[in-house]
Design a protein around this ligand. Structure first.
Ligand SMILES: [Zn+2]
Length: 544
C-alpha cells in the first residue's frame, strides 16, 4: 500500500482516533500458534512470505539488492509453475528506468506579501520538493488560490474558470471536495498538481489542515523524489508551507484562510482568487539514475479468439527498505510481511491455481510483481504506459495489496468493483466461499487511489483491489494495525499471521480472476460511470 501525501495525513488522523482503544486491544491479542486449518496451501503462502519478508532481503526497497533477489525469487516461482516470461526480450523482467532527486544544500524560499519580502525558514516554515525536471531550479511567481483545484468536464466543475494561472503558482486545498463520491474525490485530489500544470501553472502548493502541515514540510525537506524517467507529469514546483505561513498568503485577499477553511468545513463551494503574494524559490537537486524490475509472466489463454486479451493480476514486491534514522541496536528493517510479501504470495498461489486447475483460462492471464509502489505506484504506472502486450489487450485487472491475515475474515471490500461488471465476478466468487462483499469502511483512507490498480484504471482498465473486511473482529484489528504497524518495522514475521487466511485470500482472488478470464464478455465499465466515461470513453459499456 502506497502512502501518498494525503494518505499520510489521514493515517495521522486515524492514529489519533484509535489510540484510545489500543491498550485495551493489546491485552486481548492472541499469541502466534499453528492452526488446525493450515494445510499445504497455507504452508505455501507461509514459505513465500517467510522468504520475502526475511531480514536478508532488507525491506525490498525499489532499486535495492534485496528487491532484486526478491524479483529473482518470483521469476523462479513463475518458471516452476510453467508460465511464460512476459517481460522485455522474452525475459521475466521489465527494467524500469528510475531517477532519484535529492536536495543539495538548503534551498531558498522567499515570500513577498504587501511588498515585504521574508526569507522563510526551510524545513520549518516551508520546504520545496527535490526536482526531477530542473537540477538548478529558480522561479519567482505570483500565487493564485484555486479552491479544490478541480477542473473536470464530466462533473461540470472548473475551479480554474475565470482564473489565469499561466506562469503562476496555484494554491489549492488538500481536502477532498464536498459533494463528490469518495473514489472520485480521491482521484481528483491526487490529480491537483497535474491539473495545475495543464492550466499553465509553474507549480502547486497544497494547503493541508493545520495539524498535518508541519509533517508535509518535514517530508518535502527531507525525502528524495523518485519517478520513472520521462514521466510527463513529474515536473512542476511543489512547495509545502507550515500553517502560519499558509495563513499569511491570504492576508489582504478576498477571503482569509480561516474563512476558506470554514467554508470548506461547511461544504460550501469556494471560488478562487488571486493572492496578493509572490514566492521566489531556488533549489539544487542531485540526480541518481537506476533501474528496478517488474516481474512479468503470462499463462496463455485457450480460446483462439479471447486468448489475445489479457486479465492482469498484480501485487507489489517492493517495500520501504531500511530505516536511515534507527538508532544502533534498534530494528531498522521494514520487512513488509503483510505489505506486501503477503500479496505477492497470493499472486504466486493464484497463478498456481490457474495452472493446477487442469483447464487453461479462455483469456490469457498476466501476472506482474510490481516495483516502485511505495514511492507512488511508479512501477505499475511505467508498465501501464509501456506494456509488453498491446495496451488495449489488457481488459481487466485484479490487484493484490496488503491482505491483513491476522484474523479469520468473513467479508471483503472490493475497491473499484462497483464501477464495472467486475462487481458480479466478485459477488459470485465471494458467494462460492461464503464471503460477503461490504462497502468501504475507511473512505477517509482513500484506498482506491493508493495501490497499483489505479494507474491502470487511469488507462481505462476496469480493475478491482480487495481488502479483508471489518466483520468478525476485522475492524479493531485493522484500526490497530494501521495505527501502530502499517509502514513500520513491526510489519514483520513476528506478527501472528494466519497462513490459512492467506490461502483463502488467494483462492478468492483466483476465482475472481478466473471468472473474468473465462466470461464470454470482457469486463465492462458501467454506462455513466465516472471512471469508465473519463478514461475509456470509446469502450462499449454495460448497463447495471
Ligand atoms: Zn505500503
Amino acid at each position: 500500500m502506497g502512502a501518498q501525501a494525503a494518505a499520510a495525513q489521514l493515517a495521522v488522523k486515524l492514529l489519533r482516533l484509535c489510540s484510545i482503544g489500543l491498550a485495551a486491544l493489546l491485552i486481548g491479542a492472541a499469541p502466534p500458534s499453528a492452526r488446525p486449518d493450515d494445510g499445504p496451501a497455507a504452508e505455501r503462502i507461509r514459505a513465500h512470505v517467510e522468504f520475502l519478508a526475511d531480514d536478508l532481503l532488507e525491506g525490498r526497497d525499489t532499486g535495492s539488492r534485496g528487491h532484486e533477489i526478491a524479483a529473482n525469487y518470483v521469476a523462479s516461482e513463475f518458471r516452476q509453475l510453467g508460465l511464460t516470461p512476459g517481460g522485455a526480450n522474452e525475459s521475466w523482467f521489465v527494467r524500469v528506468p528510475f531517477r532519484r532527486a535529492t536536495l543539495q544544500g538548503t534551498p531558498r524560499i522567499t515570500l513577498t506579501v504587501g511588498g515585504r519580502a521574508t526569507a522563510l525558514a526551510v524545513g520549518t516554515d516551508a520546504a520545496i520538493r527535490p526536482s526531477l525536471a530542473d537540477r538548478q531550479l529558480s522561479r519567482s511567481a505570483p500565487l493564485v488560490f484555486v479552491g479544490y483545484g478541480i477542473s473536470d468536464r464530466r462533473l461540470g466543475i472548473d475551479d480554474y474558470a475565470g482564473l489565469d494561472v499561466r506562469g503562476k503558482i496555484a494554491v489549492g486545498l488538500s481536502d477532498p471536495a464536498p459533494g463528490i463520491p469518495g473514489d472520485i474525490a480521491s482521484h481528483l485530489a491526487s490529480m491537483q498538481g497535474e491539473v495545475a500544470a495543464a492550466h499553465g501553472a509553474v507549480g502547486f502548493i497544497s494547503i493541508d489542515d493545520p495539524t498535518s502541515a508541519a509533517g508535509d514540510v518535514q517530508r518535502f525537506a527531507t525525502r528524495p523524489v523518485i519517478d520513472w524517467v520521462g514521466r510527463p507529469s513529474s515536473g512542476g514546483v511543489r512547495i509545502a508551507l507550515s500553517a502560519p505561513v499558509a495563513d499569511r498568503l491570504f492576508r489582504g485577499a478576498p477571503m482569509s484562510l480561516q474563512q476558506v477553511r470554514t467554508a470548506a468545513a461547511t461544504r460550501k463551494p469556494i471560488k478562487g482568487f488571486n493572492l496578493p503574494a509572490r514566492l521566489s524559490v531556488s533549489a539544487k537537486s542531485e540526480w541518481q539514475d537506476f533501474t528496478s524490475p517488474e516481474v512479468v509472466a503470462i499463462l496463455s489463454g485457450a480460446d483462439p479468439k479471447l486468448a489475445a486479451e489479457h486479465i492482469v493480476l498484480t501485487g507489489h514486491l517492493d517495500h520501504l527498505g531500511v530505516s536511515k534514522t534507527a538508532k544502533a541496536g534498534e530494528d531498522a528493517i521494514y520487512n513488509g510481511a503483510l505489505d506486501n510479501a503477503a500479496g505477492v504470495a497470493t499472486l504466486i498461489e493464484a497463478a498456481r491455481e490457474f495452472v493446477q486447475s487442469g483447464k487453461r483460462p479462455r483469456r490469457s492471464v498476466m501476472f506482474i510483481a510490481n516495483t516502485g509502489e511505495e514511492i507512488g505506484l511508479r512501477g505499475a504506472d511505467y508498465f501501464a504506459t509501456h506494456p509488453t502486450v498491446p495496451a488495449d489487450s489488457i481488459v481487466g485487472l485484479v490487484d493484490l495489496d496488503m491482505p491483513l491475515l491476522l484474523y479469520d475474515f468473513t467479508d471483503v471490500v472490493a475497491f473499484g468493483s462497483e464501477h464495472s461488471t467486475i462487481a458480479k465476478a466478485v459477488a459470485e466468487a465471494g458467494k462460492g466461499m461464503g464471503i460477503r462483499v461490504s462497502p468501504d469502511p475507511l473512505p477517509e483512507e482513500t484506498l482506491f487511489v493508493r495501490s497499483d490498480h489505479y494507474p491502470f484504471v487511469k488507462r481505462g482498465v476496469p480493475a478491482v483491489f480487495l481488502m479483508t473486511g471489518f466483520a468478525n473482529g476485522g475492524q479493531q484489528i485493522w484500526r490497530r494495525w494501521l495505527g501502530d504497524t502499517y509502514h513500520s518495522v513491526k510489519d514483520d514475521l513476528g506478527q501472528p499471521i494466519r497462513w490459512g487466511q492467506g490461502a483463502r485470500f488467494a483462492e478468492l482472488n483466483y476465482r475472481i480472476a478466473r471468472t473474468m478470464a473465462d466470461a464470454d464478455q470482457r469486463p465492462m465499465w458501467y454506462a455513466g460511470d465516472y471512471f469508465g466515461e473519463t478514461f475509456a470513453p470509446m469502450q462499449p459499456k454495460a448497463h447495471r
